[in-house]
Design a protein. Structure first.
Lengths: 619, 401
């Protein structure tokens, strides 16, 4: 009994920081509809600035002032980010802003390294709160008790702000229907800025408050990201009481998981998330998303059309150049181009889902990495020849995508995205922790192609043929009746249903197909590198693909491919420099602001304005 | 139009890589060094400084084979796939004669597999995974640093000397943690068959729930605790464990916990009385290690970490191999590494012919607080050669040989 009480108290204390950070994210999403990937970075900044303030300010008063100041500072930083980076892109396609927040992550990572140095900082102790209280004989750290008492008050204050003040009324109104709020004469820009600053401040507070329990390190931005997404989704996006409930649920479950299932700590959280979303698709206390947007944001999309004659000629010329690379280029050129074309296929497969299907998957790495792992596992455990393993990669990935898609398609919008993320994370944590089969993080090595393919040049041709072939197939499908049905389901599910299209089935097949093409890319990847590690299944890999698809241009057919080629090339250049993440982050933010329709979309617009390209009406 | 952009992107990328390199004077011997300079800056930084110090010394003494030595440093972002790409570039485009580097085991394994396939020599300087030279070992991969197995065996030896019987372990739930616990168990049970393991905790790497882990360990009432957590996890574990009195009256063994990289961030909260492997540079005054510490402090306004001396020894090993090979041909370098003896900063080490592992040892001692900082006292340098399995076992562990 004593043990249980102690465990529950520990869980509640752990929940407090998690709740603060997660409710900031939830608030920001609820009002602005921005999925803020940079929320973990704000949390990290809170920890670092809190640490600095604590070094300067003495005593207990200084300690608590430092925490408040950290919250304020991060709130100000959040305000700046919103005004400088996000405000210019509110009119961009849905979810495009998350690309900008990804740029912010990179910038913050390098700035933090520059300012605070590489070493981990041990958080200062709260003055007067060193040691433990004995509760029913079990030692509980004093600071845990303080956190435990403090959090409900913070939650209460937030509830008061939201439920009882005019600001809160506006925030709630905006959460429900932000266009209506705008129509009623509320200055949306300032409302958004204010909410973003408040959410950031909460993240900063959370970061500073956890200092006495740990410290500040450069990896904490990504470490917190997955748990807070889980909390927000389980609680219901935009719901503060939900976030509180979910934070407690996750923390307490985790504490008991540590005791009774010590090996399962990673998997548990995602299992809970999947289960909750299956039973309550909109989280514990979330509401079903009423179509918040009246139609799509931004200009209507120009219909896609097959490439014109000159463009086709150019593609053929370009392919000829690529085919000749082994003649005039170096070995390394082939290696780099192999990487690039594989990544382009991966990006194109996500683009198919995102651009044509309107299905935003945050977990596409599951099929890319999954394909790679299936091939590697076949070679390692079944001793199958490379050719068979290579065929099974897309098949397995496609089947997995069908199964996961079948579950996820019960949801729409951001909940759908989050559920795909949860499944991807579930697969990642299984691969990571099931060391006997998958090799854990030491991966599977020595997976090389069969002799006839084993050579840089021949493999380059192989990868080129399959990747370009795959991209052409994806394009072809886009112009097929299936592609039309998929776009119809995206643009108006109801009208599509009325014309006899089984939208769910169409979307499911699209999901499976995109997963399969991701699997092809994964299979190509594993045999080009000779090894595979859980990195290929990570959140970061999914984000990579998302970023390039958005930057390339969601609403254009070539967006994924163009974005993939552009950013892989740039990355290879930039990583040669010391502070490349800073430059890369700024570059992403720059592209986001000057080309809110993506590279291809904006170029096309510019071209049609200059008269190089015929405008849509003329075609 | 869309395709045009696609092409432009690809053409630009192609043009980029096809650019002829500026004609570099071919009078240096280049070594390709791949590491996670950004992702693990606190570790890779001192390591790089150690390399640069050694390269300066080697070149001041006339270089190797009459030519200056040059390291090309490249960042792989901690991504195995990226590291493989860079390895190819370093060997085929930059004119490196061999590869070295990495801290993370998975990146080391990726490069090792690639090096074995392509026939490039790779000296794995810092990764600890046992499989690097055993299960996944190949003829072209050599490893400098004492492996997980060796360091765990050193701690098991110390643990066997006490009268503790009930052991609990806590290790991050990934390959390094699992290897470290398995090796500790194997060696402890061999030396002390009556030992029993009463709890095994596996926090997720860098996601430790310290309070819950400490309670779970406390509940098992062990005599001794074997800790493999490190970095931010270690800080949280030590803080919560100290608060809740977990370490009182118990022997604690900490793998790597005595390395300045991990001990120093703990400041005055560093645990006392733990038996750890680490690097007590503050006590190294004479011999080659003392010379290294003095030279390092004279060169930089900083003190050496474990990574610094590993970087330094990496250069020493490579220089020795090149001198022995007498050429920069891959096969000559590979053969030179086999059985290579190096007079290193930690004393004489040998790259064993049987598994390409060097006999670099580790410092084992107890932690203590001095002037508000954690240090190692009563330490001893343990020669790695004495903490490896028998030759028959190694042959069984290394199937490809």
């Amino acid at each position: 009994m004593e043990f249980f009480v102690a465990q529950i108290l520990t869980g509640l204390a752990n929940a407090s920081s998690l709740f603060l950070v997660a409710c900031g994210l939830s608030l920001i999403f609820g009002v602005t509809r921005i999925v803020n990937f940079a929320h973990g970075s704000l949390y990290m900044l809170g920890a670092y600035t809190g640490y600095t303030f604590m070094q300067v300010l003495p005593g207990a008063v200084g300690f608590w002032t430092a925490i408040l100041l950290a919250g304020l500072t991060v709130g100000l930083i959040g305000m700046l980010v919103e005004m400088l980076v996000l405000r210019p892109v509110y009119r961009a396609p849905e979810l495009f802003q998350l690309v900008a927040t990804f740029g912010v992550i990179l910038v913050v990572q390098d700035l933090t390294l520059m300012i605070w140095g590489p070493e981990d900082l041990l958080g200062p102790r709260a003055p007067g709160l060193r040691g433990v209280y004995r509760i029913m004989g079990e030692p509980i750290p004093k600071y845990d008790i303080v956190l435990l008492i403090l959090t409900p008050f913070v939650a209460l204050a937030l509830w008061y702000l939201i439920a009882r003040t005019r600001v809160g009324v506006l925030v709630r109104a905006a959460t429900q229907d932000r266009e209506m709020v705008g129509a009623l004469g509320v200055n949306q820009a300032w409302l958004f800025t204010g909410v973003f600053a408040l959410g950031s401040a909460l993240a900063g507070l959370g970061g500073a408050l956890q200092l006495p329990k740990g410290g500040a390190d450069l990896l904490m931005d990504f470490t917190i990201l997955a748990p807070i997404f889980v909390v927000v989704v389980i609680g219901g996006m935009g719901s503060l009481p939900g976030a509180y409930l979910a934070a407690i649920l996750i923390s307490v479950l985790n504490v008991f998981g540590v005791t009774y299932l010590p090996q399962s700590t990673l998997v548990l959280m995602y299992v809970v998330m999947v289960v909750v979303l299956m039973i309550r698709p909109y989280g514990l206390l979330g509401r079903e998303e009423v179509a918040g947007e009246h139609g799509q944001v931004g200009e209507p999309e120009t219909p896609i059309k097959p490439a014109s004659g000159p463009v086709r000629l150019m593609v053929i010329a370009g392919l000829a150049v690529l085919a000749l690379v082994p003649v005039f280029g170096s070995t390394f050129a082939q290696v780099l181009l192999t990487d690039i074309v594989i990544f382009c296929l991966f990006a194109a497969s996500l683009h198919f889902l995102l651009g044509l299907g309107g299905l935003v998957s945050f977990g596409h790495a599951a099929y890319y990495g999954g394909g790679a792992y299936i091939a590697a596992l076949m070679v390692k455990h079944a001793g199958s020849p490379m050719e068979a393993a290579f065929l099974l990669a897309p098949l397995g990935a496609g089947l997995a995508a069908l199964a996961i898609g079948w579950v996820c398609l019960r949801l729409t919008g951001v909940y759908f995205a989050m559920l795909t993320l949860a499944f991807a994370q579930l697969i990642w944590s299984l691969v990571f922790q099931w060391g006997e089969v998958t090799g854990g993080d030491d991966g599977i090595v020595n997976i090389w192609p069969a002799d006839w393919l084993n050579g840089t040049t021949i493999y380059y041709y192989f990868a080129l043929a399959l990747s370009v072939g795959g991209i052409i197939v994806l394009r072809h499908v886009a112009h097929s009746p299936f592609g039309y049905a998929l776009r119809a389901a995206r643009d108006s599910a109801r009208q599509a249903e009325a014309t006899g299209i089984d939208t769910r089935r169409v979307q499911l097949v699209a999901f499976g197909f995109a997963g399969m093409m991701g699997g092809v890319a994964g299979g190509l990847f594993v045999f080009s590198k000779g090894s595979v590690f859980p990195n290929e299944l990570e959140i970061v890999r999914s984000f990579d693909a998302l970023i390039v698809v958005f930057l390339g241009g969601v609403k254009t057919l070539a967006g994924g491919v163009a974005g993939g080629a552009f950013f892989k090339g740039i990355e290879d250049l930039l990583t040669r420099f010391e502070y490349w993440r800073l430059v890369m982050g700024l570059l992403i933010i720059f592209v986001v602001i000057v080309a809110p329709e993506g590279i291809v979309g904006s170029l096309r617009k510019a071209a049609s304005r200059l008269g190089i390209l015929k405008t849509a009406e003329q075609t | 139009m869309k395709r045009k952009t696609f092409l432009r992107g690809l053409a630009a990328a192609a043009a980029l890589v096809a650019l002829p390199l500026p004609a570099l004077a071919q009078d240096t011997i280049k070594i390709g060094e791949i590491n996670h300079y950004k992702r693990m800056a606190a570790f890779a930084g001192p390591y790089k400084m150690g390399i640069e110090l050694a390269v300066e010394e080697v070149n001041a003494a006339g270089g190797v084979l009459g030519k200056p030595l040059e390291f090309i440093f490249r960042d792989d972002q901690g991504e195995p796939g990226e590291a493989v790409k860079i390895a190819e570039e370093l060997m085929t485009r930059e004119g490196a004669v061999m590869l070295t580097g990495t801290i993370l085991s998975n990146v080391g394994l990726a490069i090792s597999s690639f090096a074995g396939e392509k026939g490039y020599v790779y000296l794995a300087s810092e990764p600890l995974a046992d499989s690097l030279v055993w299960a996944q070992g190949n003829a072209y991969t050599f490893r400098l640093r004492s492996s997980t197995y060796m360091q765990a065996a050193m701690l098991a030896e110390a643990a066997a000397k006490t009268d503790a019987v009930r052991f609990a372990t806590i290790a991050p739930n990934y390959a390094y943690g699992k290897d470290a616990v398995a090796a500790f168990k194997e060696n402890l049970l061999r030396l002390k068959p009556e030992a029993e393991f009463v709890a095994e905790q596996w926090p997720a790497l860098f996601k430790i729930d310290a309070g819950a882990e400490v309670q779970a360990l406390e509940r098992a009432k062990p005599d001794a605790i074997y800790n493999v957590t490190f970095g931010p996890d270690l800080a949280k574990f030590v803080r919560d464990g100290t608060d809740r009195g977990l370490f009182e009256g118990r022997n604690v063994y900490g793998l790597l916990s005595g390395e300045p990289e991990y001990l120093d961030p703990l400041g005055d909260e560093a645990p006392e009385g733990w038996t750890v492997t680490g690097f007590p540079w503050y006590d190294l005054n004479d011999g080659p290690a003392g010379d290294f510490v003095a030279a390092y402090q004279a060169r930089y306004d900083d003190y050496p970490r474990l990574g610094s001396i590993v970087g330094y020894m990496t250069v020493q090993s490579i220089a020795a191999a090149l001198e022995r090979a007498g050429s920069t041909e891959t096969e000559a370098i590979r053969e030179a590494f086999e059985g290579l003896e190096v007079a290193s900063a930690m004393g004489d080490i040998t790259f064993r012919e049987i598994d390409n592992q060097s006999t670099m040892g580790a410092y084992v001692g107890a932690t203590a607080l001095q002037d508000g900082k954690g240090v190692m006292v009563d330490w001893e340098y343990k020669d790695g050669a004495n903490y490896l399995p028998s030759d028959e076992e190694v042959r069984a562990l290394r199937p490809s040989q």
